[in-house]
Structures are given as C-alpha cells and as structure tokens.
Ligand binder design. Sequence first.
Ligand SMILES: [Zn+2]
Length: 334
Amino acid sequence: MVNYKDLGLVNTREMFKKAIKGGYAIPAFNFNNMEQLQAIIAAAVETKSPVILQVSKGARNYANATLLRYMAQGAVEYAKELGCAHPQIVLHLDHGDSFELCKDCVDMGFSSVMIDGSHLPYEENVALTKKVVEYAHKYDVTVEGELGVLAGIEDEVSAEHHTYTNPEEVIDFATRTGCDSLAISIGTSHGAYKFKPEQCHVDPATGRLVPPPLEFSVLDAVMEKLPGFPIVLHGSSSVPQEEVDTINKYGGKLEAAIGIPEDQLRKAAKSAVCKINIDSDSRLAMTAAVRKVFVEKPAEFDPRKYLGPARDNMKKLYEHKIINVLGSAGKLDC
Ligand SMILES: [Zn+2]
C-alpha cells in the first residue's frame, strides 16, 4: 500500500473548491511517457498552475503501473527542482471500469480515481460508484463519477452516440454515491473526430469547419440542481488545425479531424466545470513535430532529435491551454 501523500501528490478537493470560486478549470492532461510528463510539469510550473496528471487503463498497462507511480513521484520532485516548492499535482485514473482497478490505483498511490459506470443501467452505476467512493475515501482519495454517455473512442471506452446527462438524476446520484465530482455529457466527445463534416458549417473567413455548440442548457440545469458541485468535461480537445495541417503536410492522413472550439471551453471553464480533460491535442502536437523531423531530416536517428521537438511542441500547447483556455495560470502559490 502506497499513500499518495507520501509521493507528494494532492487530491482534487481543495483544488476544485478554489477553481469553482475563481471561475477557472484545472487542466487534466493524459500522459503515458516521459516527454509528455516533462512537458506537462514544465508548463504547469512556468504558468504557476495546479495540474491533474491522468492515466487511462490502457496507458497504465502501456507504461507499467509501478513505473507510473515513480514517474508521478518524480514529477513532484521535478516541479520542485524547477522552482515550485509546493506544486499541486494530482495523479488521477481516467475511466476506471471496475472496482478492482480503482482499488488497485488507490493502493498504488493515485490521489484521485474515476469510476465510469455511465454505460451501466442507472442503479448499477450508483452501486458501483458508491462502492468505489467508500473504499477511496478511507484513504482520502477523491472520486469522479459519470452520468450520461459521450460519443467517440478513448482506449477501450467507446460509444456510437452520446446521451446528454439527465439533470433530474444528478442530485440523487451525487447524494447516494458520495462522489466528489461528476463528469457530464453536453456534447463533447473522445478522440480527434468529434463531429462529422455534415454536422458543421463553414466559417466564411477561414474556410474551416465550425462544429455545433455544446449543450450549455444541460450544464446550466445541472448547476441549478447541484450548486457549487464540481463538474468535469471529458473529450475536450480542440484539435488545433495547424497541427493537423502539419501532420498532413508531412505524410500524415488525418481527414476532417474536428474538435471543440476553444471559446466554448473558455465559457465552460468559467462555470462549475472545474476539470477539463485534454488528450488528443497532445497526441497531435507530438505527432506533428515527429513527422516534421522525419521528413526534413531523414538521416536523423537519435530519438532525442525528434522527441525533443515533440516535447517542446507539447509544452507550448499545454501552456496555451492553461493560459488561454482554462484560466488556471497564476492560481498556484509556488
Ligand atoms: Zn474521457
């Protein structure tokens, strides 16, 4: 048993309280390798932002659970070395799909877990989430539940269509499960293909596709039912078109990749939404930089020469999100 406090991590409780009060959201960036982790921590320290490092079940299998724990501990020490004496770093399980997986993460030093029972019948979701909360709270680990189904694919989680969260269920769910935060479905979705081109209209100024807006009426109704309760948005990458263009220019083949416009996320971050999940954008930034090096310098075979630029590109992206989208810059007393 490893308690997250011994690793220098924090849970989400205080962080979310401050974020709701302050009208900003905490970035939740997925990671599974060293360069991503370095970029996230460097960006968080330089912008003085709290940060959530999140790991899906697939990423945990990819990176190895033991190694991950030490990487998270290393991230805290790295932040200190970069000049932040009191970093606020959460290690969070993204889309836990069973009690056993969540328990394993709590036992291995995670400070926060998500139990995603959103695909289950309502009563089963309540029962599973409650069971995870009861275990996690014994160790002061915070728990994110989910109501409503997002479309798209993330690791093993996939759904054909989204079902918006039913605001009528949220009080019952939060009260009976005791969860600390709630992921809701208002039109965001997983992956880099969030909308079909036929769902979008063309911006005459840029010629780019603009997707339909998020369903803010659902968010408003949820906030009315649960005032001040921490809300989470998954699938909130914006799919930067310049990264997509770079990937395609250097031999990639991403067709009509479309994300959530940043102004929509900015609006959400000012509300009770206090955690915004971003994964695909970092994948795109990394891939764009690597592809560029491969094409421009085909003789290069030192991984540092392509993973280094990839790391720089990801760091730039993370800083942009923190400063210009989530509004969490400067919220940490380093
Ligand atoms: Zn998700």
